[in-house]
Design a protein around this ligand. Sequence first.
Ligand code: NAP
Length: 253
Amino acid sequence: MQLTDNTILITGGASGIGRGLAEAFHKLGNKVIIAGRRKALLDEVITANPGMEGIELDINDPASIQEVATTLISRYPSLNVLVNNAGIMPFDDAAGHIDDATMIGTITTNFMGPIRLTSALIEHLKSQPRSVIINNTSVLAFVPLACNAVYSATKAALHSYSLSQRFTLLGTSVSVQEIAPPWVNTDLIHKGDDPRAMPLDAFIEQTMVGLATDVPEVVVDAIRPLRDNPGSQEHALIHGFNQSVVENPIPVG
Ligand SMILES: NC(=O)c1ccc[n+]([C@@H]2O[C@H](COP(=O)([O-])OP(=O)(O)OC[C@H]3O[C@@H](n4cnc5c(N)ncnc54)[C@H](OP(=O)(O)O)[C@@H]3O)[C@@H](O)[C@H]2O)c1
């Protein structure tokens, strides 16, 4: 994508990866609007980045999505980039009881939310000379983490949806890029000093380089072997990956 002269909406833009991307795009002179539920946090980030704007959004609520889309289109008619980044990652136990509310919340936030928000903005995006939809999935879309089974499945679903979106939008002014991050050191599950988590700054730096190249999928080098999992022979890889996490558990809390 072209990294400059854009008007960009980033969901979940007040923290972690969303904030990192928001600040990187802001530094390049783009108009950046961050969205999320925590108004105080949105205010803190926009105060730290003069010119950036914020809007309250609950991606779980179709009415909130519609209201935000209508407001943004009238307030920022040049809006041409949507970054579907907001997400949650609860732990679960696919071998046991699955809490219904948590499951629905995860699917609604991570999968239905991006579909609904994109749907609410798509005609506007098509009306712009060049637009980009960026969907933030995960390496876990390709190699599921068994202790986050529902989460991993939502990311696989969003990856699949992105493929269909990219194809169906061919011939329009809208392109689709996917970001599939590795474990990045954010508050998503536990922000600590685990050496397996990639520092946020390094992740944002590599991701911006990838986004600039127009590749359909931005994957940092460290997780290339997991992304390129061996198709129908994937079971041993997935077993080994999860066994390594069982032996070195992810700290929670
Ligand atoms: N960190 C990683 O290791 C990693 C790896 C692969 C993929 N990802 C993906 O990267 C994205 C960002 O995660 P992160 O690591 O940066 O963690 P994070 O700091 O916890 O960011 C998640 C963001 O999503 C927003 N959000 C959650 N529920 C929402 C809702 N109902 N409505 C609106 N916004 C909502 C949160 O804002 P509010 O709470 O203020 O609403 C928050 O800003 C997620 O989609 C995640 O799955 C992260």
